[in-house]
Design a binder for this molecule. Structure first.
Ligand SMILES: [Zn+2]
Length: 321
């Protein structure tokens, strides 16, 4: 049917494209620079003729040490079609992290698309495709959040304003999310200096360009930081958690409230960069494809989502693989 999902998480579209996983195809596409979508990039650099991504994603890959050699690098801005042997590839905007894209492939036999990771609103649904592959991270009604992103950012802003008077505020998040949060905090008027590690800073500079927003004063974290707002990768939490100050984890898996204190000086703020379950359904309902495939490699509840789509929307759906 022109679409497949392999055990390694490669989304196969048409005859020539493999997205976000390795396969013997002419073109590898990377929807965004998160590790579960960069799987097998080395293989693709060796075996595919081109690795396609938005210019921002290519710059992110470089900072993350996964840069694609110039001869194989295909920088595709949003909505710019490129044809390979009768099949047309277009990257469409997706709101997730800076540079994120949805993938559209149009062939003589049919039209196929893959959402990649996305959140709503801000991701225009690809309408009327023959087959749509959906990333359904929160693929069950039990994983529904009952508040919006605004509530979570407001909660974070409140924590920062309160805690910064008492000592340093450590904020932990994943690549892409941290950079988006810096931009959001600036939009809300936070003027304080922000301290980060070198990689987070390099990504933040690229993201600020992407969002068209000044980064403000963001500086390199020194070893003995004792004051200020410090933003570092999630994996550094165990290293810094004993330091004085408030420690804030940005997590998509806090489902009880927008923000919650968990233990003395640790907060969990529910800031997801994925569509909620109802938003996934809303996207599919608007897109109205002929058939839906739910990526079962990146979602544990893909079968449930597929069943729900069939019953509620009347669109044939299946989980793959
Ligand atoms: Zn992602």
């Amino acid at each position: 049917m022109g679409v497949g999902v392999t055990e390694k998480g490669a989304i196969l579209l048409g005859r020539h494209f493999t997205v976000d996983g390795p396969a013997e195809r002419l073109v590898r596409v990377v929807t965004h620079a998160h590790s579960d979508h960069m799987v097998g990039l080395g293989f693709s650099v060796r075996r595919s003729a081109f690795v396609a991504a938005t210019p921002t994603t290519h710059r992110f890959l470089e900072v993350l040490g996964q840069g694609v050699p110039p001869g194989k690098r295909l920088e595709l801005p949003y909505d710019k079609p490129v044809e390979f042997d009768g099949e047309v590839l277009v990257l469409k905007p997706a709101r997730h992290i800076a540079g994120s894209a949805q993938v559209l492939v149009e062939t003589r036999d049919g039209s196929y698309g893959y959402t990649g990771d996305f959140k709503m609103p801000g991701t225009p649904p690809m309408k009327g495709l023959d087959v749509l592959v959906v990333d359904a991270t929160y693929g069950s009604p039990r994983l529904e959040r009952r508040w919006g992103e605004w509530d979570a950012i407001s909660a974070l802003m409140e924590i920062i304003e309160r805690e910064k008077r008492r000592g340093p505020v450590w904020i932990y998040g994943y690549n892409g999310k941290l950079q988006e949060i810096i931009v959001e905090l600036r939009r809300r008027g936070l003027k304080d200096d922000i301290f980060t590690d070198a990689q987070t800073l390099a990504l933040a500079r690229i993201a600020a360009e992407f969002y068209g927003e000044p980064l403000g004063n963001v500086r390199l974290l020194s070893h003995d930081a004792e004051w200020g707002i410090i933003m570092v990768h999630y994996s550094r939490f165990s290293e810094y958690r004993r330091r004085p100050g408030a420690h804030v984890l940005l997590t998509g898996w806090e489902l009880s409230a927008p923000a919650r204190k968990s233990g003395g000086n640790v907060y969990r703020v529910s800031f997801s960069d994925h569509a909620s379950f109802s938003e996934i359904i809303e996207y599919i309902d608007e897109a109205r494809p002929g058939r839906v495939v739910i990526d079962a490699v990146r979602s544990k509840t893909a079968h449930l989502t597929a069943k729900y789509v069939e019953r509620r929307l009347g669109i044939p759906a299946q989980a793959m693989p």
